[in-house]
Ligand binder design. Structure first.
Ligand SMILES: O=P(O)(O)OC[C@H]1O[C@H](O)[C@H](O)[C@@H](O)[C@@H]1O
Length: 303
């Protein structure tokens, strides 16, 4: 069966050999094994820390945690009681339906409705649906947000982001095209410096030093390449992108990071995180990413 469900996860299997696993906890995609466009070798494309906790007691350190309704420490008054990155990554979602199951793609839809635990910290009426689609060389994720309130309950204001942990030799990755964009450097020491925009001068961004950069109004399509392999991330509705790798100094302080884990991934996280999306009662919004295993090309196979 191309869509399998166990007690804690959903497994998608594509007829051409790719597969994906989605934990119901957080709707966290924790594995994507895929050939690339240029090589038939099936490889794991996401990093999950060997110390990641998968039992639903804390967000997963790896894969694709879903960040909603706040990115980072909350800054909006409606989010004041929420933890860093909101609640979507630490709630149990349910399998809603199989959307598609054929050679073009294997796709499921998960749902998260409000519950007593969420309401105690965030009392806005909302509904989340998350569609994960596996194709031969591709995985895509679509987050659908609806304000289910009445006109009297007011607007739903939120941020959203896909926190992709791309498995890659961190010190060799190049991320393009970010040159010329303005970004906020969260590694700066003071709040004042963190809030001051910088301008990206590099044609290809690397993460050889500790990096935590929030690029705003970014082009929406990114290439993350390293010698011999790479991925392309195409997005819709997600105007910003975050690039994060803590390197050793900060990475070794993360409790659920495996030793040296920061050398094995780069987070390239498309999102809407500068400002807020505002939905009036009854309105909906969708953010989408399509990640393609593009493999190595002469341009990426630097020896
Ligand atoms: O440790 P977490 O809450 O999962 O956050 C991990 C990281 O997420 C994002 O990339 C932020 O920009 C970083 O500042 C943060 O450290």
């Amino acid at each position: 069966m191309p869509v399998q469900q166990t007690q804690d996860r959903i497994i998608l299997i594509h007829p051409k050999g790719s597969s994906a696993e989605i934990l119901l906890y957080g709707a966290t995609v924790i594995s994507w094994k895929s050939p690339s466009v240029t090589s038939p070798e099936i490889k794991e494309r996401f990093f999950v820390s060997g110390k990641a906790v998968l039992d639903g007691s804390k967000p997963v350190r790896g894969g694709i945690p879903v960040v909603f309704p706040a990115f980072g420490p909350p800054t909006h008054p409606d989010h004041a009681k929420l933890p860093q990155h909101g609640f979507a990554r630490s709630e149990v979602w349910s399998l809603d339906s199989t959307v598609m199951d054929n050679d073009a793609g294997v796709s499921v839809r998960l749902a998260l409705l409000s519950n007593a635990n969420i309401r105690s910290k965030f009392d806005k009426p909302f509904e989340l649906h998350y569609v994960v689609t596996l194709a031969e060389h591709q995985i895509s994720t679509d987050l659908h947000v609806k304000n289910t309130g009445l006109s009297t309950t007011g607007a739903l204001e939120f941020q959203a982001l896909f926190h992709n942990y791309i498995r890659a030799p961190a010190n060799e990755v190049a991320i393009t095209p970010l040159q010329g964009l303005s970004y906020y450097d969260k590694t700066e020491a003071s709040e004042e410096l963190k809030a001051r925009p910088k301008s990206e001068t590099r044609a290809a961004v690397d993460v050889r030093t500790s990096t935590d950069s929030v690029y705003e109004n970014a082009p929406g399509t990114y290439h993350v390449t390293w010698p011999g392999d790479g991925v392309e991330i195409r997005t819709k509705g997600l105007k910003d992108v975050v690039v994060w790798n803590p390197q050793e100094a900060a990475g070794s302080k993360i409790g659920d990071m495996e030793p040296g884990g920061w050398e094995r991934y780069v987070c390239v996280e498309p999102g809407y995180v500068r400002g807020f999306i505002k939905l009036n009662a009854g309105d909906s919004w969708t953010g989408q990413q399509v990640i393609t295993a593009i493999g190595g090309s002469p341009a990426t196979s630097r020896v």
